[in-house]
Design a binder for this molecule. Structure first.
Ligand SMILES: [Zn+2]
Length: 143
């Protein structure tokens, strides 16, 4: 196992003498027992694993659930709060308020198709932004 001094990531390969992520040879070889309590190995796209804070990993399914289910009822931004994206969460919540205002003030029937498209668009943007939030949160919590 090789812990990189440049990017902080961990290459699992026992014989590795350089970082599989950034290619740097500045680092230390270590045994997996050095992984601190509360961290979990997470496989990543480029191969190998990173060690991420378990308490932050646990927030991901909760955030997804709170983004998805209230999102079906046009209440957005709750998932963002779970991962600490307060400003964006408040923004999406404000959009939800605006959406409900529009929906009830304008009469549902006439605007229904447009409202559906608006709602769908906010939902998609919310999910994409949440995904980026996960990535940022995990990058910040990687060893
Ligand atoms: Zn590296």
């Amino acid at each position: 196992m090789f812990i990189c001094n440049e990017c902080g990531r961990v290459t699992e390969d026992d014989g590795a003498e350089f970082c599989h992520f950034c290619g740097s040879d500045k680092g230390t070889t270590a045994t997996p027992t050095m992984m601190p309590e509360g961290y979990e190995a997470v496989p990543i796209k480029t191969g190998g694993v990173v060690y991420a804070d378990r308490s932050k990993l646990r927030r991901i399914p909760i955030a997804l659930l709170l983004a998805f289910i209230p999102g079906l009822f046009d209440i957005f931004g709750l998932g963002h709060f779970v991962i600490g994206r307060w400003v964006k969460g408040a923004g999406f919540l404000a959009l939800s308020g605006g959406y409900y205002y529009l929906r009830y003030m304008s009469g549902w029937d006439m605007l229904a198709p447009y409202l559906f498209i608006i709602s769908l668009a906010i939902f998609v943007v919310q999910m994409v932004d949440l995904y980026n939030g996960f990535k940022k949160m995990l990058n910040d919590s990687v060893l």
